[in-house]
Design a protein around this ligand. Sequence first.
Ligand code: LMR
Length: 394
Amino acid sequence: MLGHLSPQTPDKIMALMQAYAADPRTDKIDLGVGVFRDAAGHTPVMRAVKAAEERLWQIQETKTYTTLAGDPAFLSALSDLVLGQESPAERRAAIATPGGTGAVRMGLELARLANPGTRIFVPDPSWPNHAAIIGFLGLERVDYRYYDARARSLDTGGMLVDLERAGPGDVVLLHGCCHNPTGADLTAADWRAVAELLTKTGALAMVDIAYQGFGDGVQTDATGLRILVTALPELIVATSCSKNFGIYRERTGAVFVLGETTKSRDMAQSNLTMLNRQTYAFPPDHGARVVTEILNDADLRACWQAELDGMRLHMQRQRQALADTLREMSGSDRFAHLGAEKGMFSLVGANPEQVERMRAEHGLYMIGDGRINLAGLSLDRVPRVAEAMLAAGL
Ligand code: LMR
């Protein structure tokens, strides 16, 4: 029977990780997978995480099962961080999930349970795993205009026109901040326009927010999401602690759902809990408990906040350095967007052949669509990266 299996197309981000690891060149540069790196190229365990783990080791007396939805204290603390303290608790359903991918999967599973014929409107471009999960679930994907690759900027007008086509029973997927792969984020005014449009059309918003704190700050990055929380009767939110707490392998994330009424909240909770149960029963707990310790303790939280701000500023410096160096070397402003965009990622405007050339000739690894992870740079390597980009004809 197993002979009937056919090979799966590897995820392009994961395939690039493997190709990088297999490359024997010592001066190779990894601008691929979305993992934070410090100036020395390391992905450190954050100090607040270490301290919270030590504390847990001292106080934790059992590792018996928690609830199917996950630890309530975690969900409450994370909800305050993501949705804001003002979000209506009586309308909120929640489950902990294995990371942001688990959250996206469970959010989409919930949408499918609510409407098996739902269409998922996805920004063009988007994180490749969005399309992969939507396809695997047998749901119809509709791409909407988001980024104008020629102009290297948002296409808000095109987006709003395309989203007019999403109606009741459809889902509109939005990136909460630090859009992956473009780094081009909606302004608060754009979010208000989206909220107004969704109110008119009745489509359900699903916000994937995996990089809160990597753009303009942990609260500012949630501005758009909170506009939707206030404006819309229903909402799905998929969130991740992988990046902003640096606990990638602990698999820590959550789905929050706002129902229109307490009754619809209860219905969403019942379905989300069932999804956890039949997929993996109990979600991972260690990372969730670390996050809870940090968020609920003033000292640990201040330490985490300072470190996260440091990571954000580090990425912004690399962005600016690359944009400035490219301006000097090319004598043109065509890379200015790299300095202005938010978070880890930007598109450099390379086609797959140019990406391949940079990899083969310069050991420079980026995703095939020209996405770079700015955290993978270091200031001393900026000139080399800029040179490789220009030599490839960018
Ligand atoms: C990325 O986009 O590189 C990260 O979100 C890692 C992943 O799982 O793809």
